[in-house]
Design a protein around this ligand. Sequence first.
Ligand SMILES: [Zn+2]
Length: 211
Amino acid sequence: MGMALATFPLRLVDGRRLERRYRDVLMPGGILCDKEGQARVLPRYFYEVTSWEQASDTYLAPHFAVSEFIHTDVREAPPLRVFPRYIPCATALLALALEQLREAVDSYVYVGANGGYCSPRHARTGGASPHCWGTAANIYRVGDTYLDSHETIAKYAAIAREVLPTVWTRPLGPEAWKTDDHLHLDLGYVVSVPREAPGETHDLKLAGDPL
Ligand SMILES: [Zn+2]
């Protein structure tokens, strides 16, 4: 037939094997504490993005390219402001969730600047934010509607919770941890380990029968 099989083009990398300047800012497998002081384990595996062109041409879901999730500004750590860039593997799961939302609203869903993946060293990261897991999105616009009022944010938050029953949406309000100019939704501290990722050290004593 001559039809090429679609293969995902981004290289999977073990963050712990990256150069030090990347390890320092990605903190692969490291710990961030949430606001209650609970330790959360950061992602270790990332996809490497080599250029804007590749980011725009590589889709994680039918309507969401990698580029949607890496719009950061000068607040991002310097090594991550130039290519290659890295996104946690779970960003692909976020894209699937946004695809569900897009289908429900039957329109475009726009992720804001600094509203996709942000590294643990991003200036806005104050603790364990799921943005550092690649599993959170700040949506500032749906179709022609800007999410800049309580009414519009609440409307789309309700739709998101309906189609994604386990999603978390940030409450409305003027306080710093709340939102009044976008819809933040996240899947929590999800860590994705693709099959081709190297495994952890195997302990026979702890191992059960293979599934
Ligand atoms: Zn957010």
